[in-house]
Design a protein around this ligand. Structure first.
Ligand code: UDP
Ligand code: MN
Length: 493
């Protein structure tokens, strides 16, 4: 039972089934959220669209009940469950019978596996409410979650808003509240992976209270509310997207670029069961996401698309026809991706502005630094010259980076750690004359070990050829503090 539950769902279904479908959760909203008159009266109503593919009974129904139990009745028109061609028996007649007691909840069944993106569009097309609210099928809404979302959209229909997504532990099902100070906003890296980042200082300054809405460059994707007309105005999602992936960045980019605002609302809390892996069958996993990403990059990223291509080794596969999506962008008169990066996501390091970008090659062995994501590590591998996993940058403050991770020597090992921006263990200096990469703090040099299978540091000695490196596209003039360069802001993430 226990193992089966894990296998089918990639979370502890056994524990989930033991927990009440109406379990109570404490209210930890900031007082600011509860001040009288905080939200306008006569809020517009919403449909809640929940897509699912082979979701467990208890998580699906806890999602539904948390919406029904914790939302003002008049604000919910319908809960639209979109069954994306599930084949688990409990999701058939048993579900329909159970839901007869809840007339607001309806089930739409996709006639074939559509994937998350087209399943959401199916729900959206059915919806009649002025606002659409999307949730994953393993969420729990907390008290007061809905009003802040609807209020922001009532104030301005181009506001696209997300709750703070709290973590429901996949092993214990415990609900973990994100403290106000730990709330993060959405970003992405040049591999077009979504990531979370701390709230930048500029954004802290713009707000008077930490419970106020936070601008976010991107959304995680599953949980948000949007004005239905604005969603349609933006051309909903690219219908050429398959199954899962890229749709959250597409909607984020175009919200900002085409006249809207994307916010995370600390007053609105919804738990989401985060899992380490996906439990469903995917036709050809990686390629689906890549194809979606190509479409995204081609339509929305202008001259910056090349950084994504660089990251995946410049192999661009077939991505179908995107001319209609380009027309859409033109018709809406959207701003450029450069505008978006400069104004909405200035923290993102742009490879061309880096001191070096590309491969870091050991001249003696022709081995390159090679990135490994799980577990996070940096290995040595024969240079292949197509970037991909061998793509690194040097930031203006001397970090050797792979997105938000930095090459770090902790006096024992050379590894990757989340960049902290404080130099120390993550501060490197490249000497173009001797070709050495020096770890400044320990005054040692980056080298390949004798067995040629490990990155080490050792006493600097210009005669040791295994300490000699080539850093692609290195330009010392771009270093912070060098002549003509005074902007440190863009180098700190
Ligand atoms: N989903 C779906 N069809 C699919 C894949 C996913 O309807 O082909 C649903 C899934 O049940 C969930 C939502 O889409 O409600 C998001 O998927 P998932 O939770 O796996 O993504 P994650 O939250 O892990 O990013
Ligand atoms: Mn999910």
């Amino acid at each position: 039972m226990f193992d089966k539950g894990w296998e089918k769902n990639a979370f502890n279904q056994y524990a989930s089934d033991l927990i009440s479908l109406h379990r109570s959760l404490p209210d930890i909203r900031d007082d600011w959220c509860k001040e009288p008159g905080r939200y306008q009266k006569d809020l517009p109503s919403t449909d809640v669209i929940i897509c699912f593919h082979n979701e467990a009974w208890s998580t699906l129904l806890r999602t539904v009940h948390s919406v029904l139990d914790r939302s003002p009745e008049e604000l919910i028109e319908k809960i639209i469950l979109v069954d994306d061609f599930s084949d688990m028996p409990h999701l058939g007649k048993e579900l329909e019978d159970y839901l007869k007691a809840y007339p607001k909840v309806i089930i739409l069944r996709a006639p074939k596996r559509e994937g998350l993106i087209r399943a959401r569009l199916l729900g959206a097309r059915y919806s009649k409410a002025p606002i659409l609210t999307f949730l994953d099928s393993h969420c729990e809404c907390t008290i007061g979650w809905l009003e802040p979302l609807l209020d922001r959209i009532a104030k301005n229909s181009t506001n696209v808003v997300c709750p703070v997504i709290d973590n429901i532990n996949s092993e214990t099902l415990q609900y973990h509240y994100t403290k106000g100070s730990a709330i993060q906003i959405g970003g992405f890296d040049w591999g077009l992976n979504f990531d979370w980042n701390p709230i930048p200082e500029r954004e802290e300054k713009r707000r008077n209270n930490s419970a106020e809405p936070v601008y976010s460059p991107t959304m995680a994707g599953g949980l948000f509310s949007i004005d239905r007309n604005f969603f349609e105005h933006l051309g909903t999602y690219d219908p050429g997207f398959n199954i899962w992936g890229a749709e959250n960045l597409e909607l984020s980019f175009k919200t900002w670029m085409c006249g809207g605002t994307l916010e995370i609302l600390p007053c609105s809390r919804v738990g989401h069961l985060f899992r380490d892996k996906s439990p469903y069958k995917w036709k050809s996993g990686e390629n689906v996401i890549k194809k979606n990403n190509f479409r995204l990059a081609e339509v929305w990223m202008d001259e910056y698309a090349k950084y994504y291509y660089q990251r995946i080794g410049n192999f661009i596969g077939d991505f179908g026809d995107v001319s209609r999506r380009k027309e859409l962008r033109k018709r809406l008169g959207c701003k450029s991706f450069k505008w978006y990066l400069t104004n909405i996501y200035p923290e993102l390091l742009i490879p061309d502005e880096a001191v070096a970008y590309g491969e870091i090659k050991n001249k003696f062995t022709s081995l390159c630094l090679d990135f490994q994501s799980k577990p996070l590590a940096v290995n040595l591998w024969p240079c292949h010259g197509t970037n991909g996993n061998q793509f690194f940058t040097m930031s203006k403050i001397g970090e050797i980076r792979r997105d938000e991770n930095c090459l770090d020597y902790d006096m024992k090992n050379v590894t990757l750690y989340k960049c902290h921006g404080m130099k120390g263990n993550q501060f490197w200096n490249y000497n173009t004359d001797s070709s050495q990469i020096r770890h400044v703090w320990s005054d040692t040099c980056l080298a390949v070990n004798e067995k040629k299978d490990k990155l080490i540091t050792e006493k600097c000695d210009p005669n040791r050829v295994w300490q000699k490196w080539y850093m692609e596209n290195y330009d010392a003039k771009k270093l912070y503090g060098s002549h003509g360069n005074t902007s440190i802001m863009t180098s700190l993430k």
